[in-house]
Design a protein around this ligand. Structure first.
Ligand code: ZN
Length: 366
């Protein structure tokens, strides 16, 4: 089946193995993608975060604009074999640990996936997002192998993109799609993309990047996420301008410009849909960048089976996003770059509207 390029990237990338601190397959894939496009520049910081620059044409106007997505997903890393010959593996990620027991998993090995079942779970004192598990497997698994829930490769089903994990390789794939489009269309404006590590285990890559100056000092950072679907943030209603997360509300001036970009797109194409929401089902890297003083904003896709937990909270399932939301997000990036590269609006439009109302109606006040 022939699918649009952004969907092909999503299907390919969301089938890669990945786990916190074990993102090698995703980062190697991204490095290969960049290497085939001489128009892009790649810098790998000492923590393994990847900063990609699309230089555009001519001199940059205004501040650096950095889109950011993380390369990991809650998952396992193989440690070795225990006295009974079972695989030992470490779980990292925000999933209620009682859900781990007796689940089917698969580990990425040189010759393909090796499947297994978790037979015991040992939690670590004071750690809510870490556990050591024993797994009975149907083959040897070398230490360091990535383990994920035992679901098939990413696939399209109607309007859904279903995968072992969408969070956040789906976000990373949307940015790869945008980089691809920028190179093909020789987009004039510049932007950067930061792919981070170990977000699901305490934002480690993003925090390390802030501490050691991976980003340009004047950067405006837009965090790209797949974020838990909420009653007022439904799949199919379009990508979301995320005004905040569970930790904080992001910069109003950044959210305003993101909204300008989306409204501009909708004026040109009334079929374009977007939402503007506080997505407080989780915390994203925008909060980290804000804590380090960068003006930040967020864009996200409503995510089904967030962190592989089914809505009843009892089972493990594949994650899914909506194809239309995903394609809408890829479209939105171009408008966002254009909006941020244009000179800021000189007049405060809302204030102007209020003054006009007052001028016309002030006699009713006195
Ligand atoms: Zn995420």
């Amino acid at each position: 089946m022939k699918v649009a390029r952004p969907l092909a990237y999503a299907l390919e990338m969301m089938s890669l193995p990945t786990a916190p601190c074990n993102e090698g397959a995703v980062s190697a894939w991204i490095e290969g993608f960049i290497a085939r496009r001489p128009a892009l520049r790649l810098r790998r910081d000492r923590w393994g975060n990847l900063l990609v620059r699309y230089p555009g044409r001519g001199r940059r106007r205004g501040r650096a604009l950095v889109f950011c997505a993380h390369m990991d997903h809650p998952g396992f890393t193989a440690l070795g074999v225990d006295a009974q010959g079972r695989l030992r593996a470490r779980w990292m990620g925000g999933v209620p640990l009682h859900l781990l027991d007796d689940r089917r998993v698969r580990f990425s090995c040189e010759r393909g996936w090796v499947k297994g079942r978790i037979v015991s779970v040992a939690t670590l004192p004071g750690e809510r997002a870490t556990a050591d598990v024993a797994v009975e497997t149907n083959g040897p698994v070398p230490p360091g192998a990535v383990g994920m829930w035992d679901f098939p490769d990413a696939r399209l089903a109607g309007t859904r993109l279903i995968a072992r994990g969408c969070d956040d390789v789906g976000g990373a794939a949307s940015l790869i799609s945008f980089l691809d489009a920028a190179v093909r269309r020789r987009m004039p404006q510049s932007f950067d993309v930061l792919f981070t590590r170990a977000e699901e285990w305490g934002f480690l890559g993003a925090v390390a990047a802030c501490r050691t100056g991976t980003l340009p000092k004047d950067a405006i950072v837009i965090s790209i996420e797949t974020s838990k679907e909420l009653p007022n943030a439904r799949q199919g209603d379009g990508p979301i301008i995320r005004v905040g997360d569970r930790a904080m509300v992001f910069a109003p001036e950044v959210a305003a410009r993101l909204t300008d970009a989306a409204e501009g797109l909708r004026r040109r194409d009334p079929a374009f849909r977007f939402q503007r929401r506080l997505m407080d089902g989780g915390i994203c890297e925008a909060s980290v960048f804000a804590a380090w003083g960068y003006p930040t904003g967020g864009l996200c896709l409503p995510l089904g089976n967030y962190h592989n937990v089914t809505p009843d909270g009892r089972r493990i399932g594949p994650e899914y996003i909506d194809v239309r939301d995903y394609l809408g997000l890829v479209r939105l990036y171009g408008a966002v770059v254009e909006t941020f590269r244009a000179p800021p609006p000189r007049r405060n439009a809302f204030r102007g509207m209020c003054l006009k109302l007052l001028a016309g109606r002030r006699r009713f006040l006195v």
